[in-house]
Design a protein around this ligand. Sequence first.
Ligand code: XMP
Length: 513
Amino acid sequence: MAQTIAVLDFGSQYTQVIARRIRECQVYSKIYHYATPAAQLKADGVIGIILSGGPSSVFSKRAPIPDRALFDLGVPVLGICYGIQLMGHLLGGQVAKSEHREYGHGTLSIRKAGRLFSKLPKKLRVWNSHGDRLTKLPPGFTAIGTTDNSELAVIENLKKNFYGIQFHPEVFHTERGVDVIRNFLLGVCKARQDWTTKDYIKKSVADIRAQVGSSHVILGLSGGVDSSVAAALIHQAIGRQLVCVFVDNGLLRKGERETVESLYARNFKIDLRVVDASKLFLSRLRGVTDPERKRKIIGVTFVEVFEKALKDIGRQADFLAQGTLYPDVIESVAIGNNPAALIKSHHNVGGLPARMKLKLLEPLRELFKDEVRAVGTALGLPKEVVWRQPFPGPGLGVRVLGDISPDKLEILRNADAILQEEMMTSGLYWKVWQSFCVFLPVKSVGVIGDERNYAYVIAVRVVESIDAMTADWSRVPYDLLQRISNRITNEVRGVSRVVLDISSKPPATIEWE
Ligand code: XMP
């Protein structure tokens, strides 16, 4: 078992980032609710604790306060931002209330490198975001770093192995921030670097075998990153005891079904059952224009089709596998406006497992997305799958505006295939968050040769984003846009015009619907 560093979550929007940075150092981290009893951390074998930042003031009545006994566990503690104030507040120092937030870049001057700043420059550009600040050291602590606004920006108690830092080492804007975290993990906590993709796969394969035994597992394959990696991992563990179901809902992109068939059935030799339900989906969607109704119909029909497929093949299956990731299972602490608490839930199959008396198998539950990609790559999945752009569960159903018909879908598929091809060829596909075409049910006049061409409009949407919560339209080079537009209007029958979407999110969303 990998050694664990606990990240206590006090509601910072960066809590998950801290946990990811730790794992980037090949050390396993787990996010805990701030009030987790110290006894629990001890029982879990935690070898170091990080107190996250958070939007609260220690003076607030509802300030999140951890179990004080964590300071008696004999394990190193690092307080970040709100975490350093908590240490001051709980361990006998003093914190001053501040009316102004210090927000943005600052210069940190290190007086004594010690373990935390070992092999780092004496001056670092760091990112600050805090209101209150520490004004008097708790007993046993010394100050080893200052910023313009704080004499006590870095503190340490070497005897107890407690450290506090006012800035955020986890964010990209802090210079050498990951090195500070690594120094804490390796220099202070003496962590083994035993969290590696290879070890994870080995352990996970053993766990899946132990859990499944001689039973069978069914997995709904969407072709997206998560379900693909889950399939490859489970297949590695139990081979033909895994049955994958791929539903063709008639709303897929060009060649998508064939790509899935060739990769999983032919390459990986996975037992893949393709259910062609496109006629059913499209007949139920006929004449429907309201986006919410479309989504509902697609969702309900998917569950129905999937359930029937399970009944048909699932006689001896005990497990339903899902590509649930760690961010889906973290119980986020909702303090202030923590965006982690607002992220959209996945398109999943709801109450299905209980109804079907299936147990859940979720081999990616402990992983962040970048770790899932690393596992996928190590298992031999191609770049096109591992680094695939997100694609909504309801597929092209949300990209044909207005009512959906086979000929509109055909136009959109052909236009979108050209866009994807050009994005791939230019390499831009891998750099943006999403790039896709939208079918607009508007006709406009054009000319082909001497003929008047009264045909539809295609919108091109290319966005950059970190997490889809916000997004900006991508500044795609003009010559690439020109090629995309020329090819779509020349090669796709039924299109007279291509327009570019230059809206950010907010106020627009990524999909048009
Ligand atoms: P919006 O349009 O809300 O989309 O800005 C944010 C991100 O979510 C994707 N999306 C979905 N993903 N099922 C999914 O799995 C869905 O129903 C769904 N709807 C939108 C969208 O492509 C974007 O990346």
